[in-house]
Design a protein around this ligand. Structure first.
Ligand code: ZN
Length: 254
């Protein structure tokens, strides 16, 4: 029996054609790590990109003398400065407590609300199905965002938003960053320096040594993603249509 040519039946949506983008991250800095150079490229192509950060980032330190409240303030400033560098024009902070106790339905409801406000063509988020992903904030945020892509267009899902004047809205596609099954490789050679500069803004997260190590790994990975594609550096994504997010057996090979 011949294998279904699923990419011919369902062409992968063109990420760079999207004009309104909602980029969801569990913590300040996830978006830059996974997709920062593509965010900058989208902005340069004329897209409006809004960031949504699910948690307050208040657990992200190994320094016991740094109070969580102070850390939250520092991380918000770092996140805003990094996003500004990339050209992001809107920031939504959900401020759920950082540290692995996110409730899926609560996060999903807030992301659906944001989708109905921002009305993105594309939602970007970390891949919740990344093998060995041990951080449940990443898994829960990714899953909540994927579910929001499915549900935001349905008026009877979270109908309280309609009473607040928000109309249903379904994004055209979702792009998962930090994925092990990429189907899209974006040429980010020209915006790579911006991504690294944005990462550098997260001083509370990266010591200079750490930043050098992470930067070297990400750059090597971007070089690997670009092999044979005619450019030097790429960020990789799994881009799916909403219809491929439920009861779709071939989503893994799309
Ligand atoms: Zn994170």
């Amino acid at each position: 029996m011949p294998r279904i040519q699923v990419k011919e039946l369902f062409p992968v949506p063109d990420l760079l054609s999207m004009r309104r983008v909602l980029c969801v991250q569990a913590h300040p800095d996830d978006g830059e790590i996974g997709a920062g150079a593509t965010v900058a490229r989208l902005v340069q192509a004329g897209a409006r990109v809004v960031y949504l950060t699910v948690t307050d980032g208040g657990v992200g330190t190994q320094d016991p003398s740094l109070e969580p409240g102070e850390l939250v303030r520092i991380r918000r400033r770092e996140g805003e400065e990094a996003a500004l560098l990339l050209g992001v024009t809107g920031m939504i902070w959900l401020d759920f407590p950082d540290g692995g106790n996110l409730q899926l339905s609560a996060v999903r409801e807030k992301i659906i609300e944001a989708v109905r406000r921002v009305r993105p063509d594309l939602l970007m988020v970390m891949d919740p199905w990344l093998p060995y992903e041990a951080h449940s904030d990443h898994r829960t945020s990714g899953l909540a965002a994927a579910e929001a892509v499915l549900l935001s267009g349905y008026p009877h899902a979270c109908p309280q938003h309609l009473a607040e004047g928000l109309a249903p809205h379904a994004p055209q596609a979702v792009a998962f960053y930090a994925t092990s099954r990429p189907n899209t490789f974006i040429d980010v050679t020209d915006t790579w320096a911006l991504k690294l500069a944005a990462l550098k803004k997260h001083e509370s997260q990266f010591s200079p040594d750490n930043l050098e190590m992470v930067g070297a790994y990400l750059t090597a990975k971007a070089r690997e993603h670009a092999v044979g594609r005619g450019f030097e550096l790429a960020e990789a994504f799994k881009v799916l249509l909403p219809l491929q997010l439920h009861l779709f057996e071939d989503a893994w090979q799309c």
